[in-house]
Write a protein that binds this ligand. Structure first.
Ligand SMILES: [Zn+2]
Length: 136
């Protein structure tokens, strides 16, 4: 019986926004700010499969950076404020924006890994490029 038949699994977006287990939707995903728990405290799903690597940081830096830089540029062109205004608005916006979105984005990527059964690629053959044992 598949997991989907037993559990009312959330979508990856829902699991990401709630930072919860991608299988049951109730257990906690994190054991710290960004440290994953070893397993779900409700359904027991082992989070060993989860390896989002640098994905969350890349998406958060890119998304928040583009939005905040666009607002910074718009404010600079429209109002030309003194530089201290940017220091007290732009830098906190970057830091708070990244910290606020990192957990849900990481949870979303972990849930996507679980639902799509994504894992590291493997070679089927370590032989030569033109070697096919079925042709012998
Ligand atoms: Zn669970």
């Amino acid at each position: 019986m598949a997991d989907q038949d037993i559990y009312d699994s959330p979508t990856p977006i829902q699991a990401g926004l709630k930072c919860c287990c991608p299988r049951c939707g109730e257990g906690k995903l994190y054991a710290g700010f960004l440290k994953l728990a070893p397993k779900c405290d409700r359904c027991g799903l082992d989070y060993g499969f989860a390896d989002p690597a640098d994905g969350p940081a890349f998406f958060v830096m890119s998304g928040v950076g583009i939005v905040v830089t666009a607002v910074f540029a718009w404010v600079e062109i429209m109002y030309q404020p003194p530089v201290w205004v940017h220091f007290v608005t732009t830098f906190p916006a970057l830091i708070i924006g990244c910290l606020a979105t990192l957990r849900p984005v990481k949870a979303w990527l972990v849930a996507s890994q679980y639902i799509n059964k994504a894992e590291e690629g493997r070679f089927e053959s370590l032989g030569r490029h033109d070697y096919d044992p079925r042709r012998l």
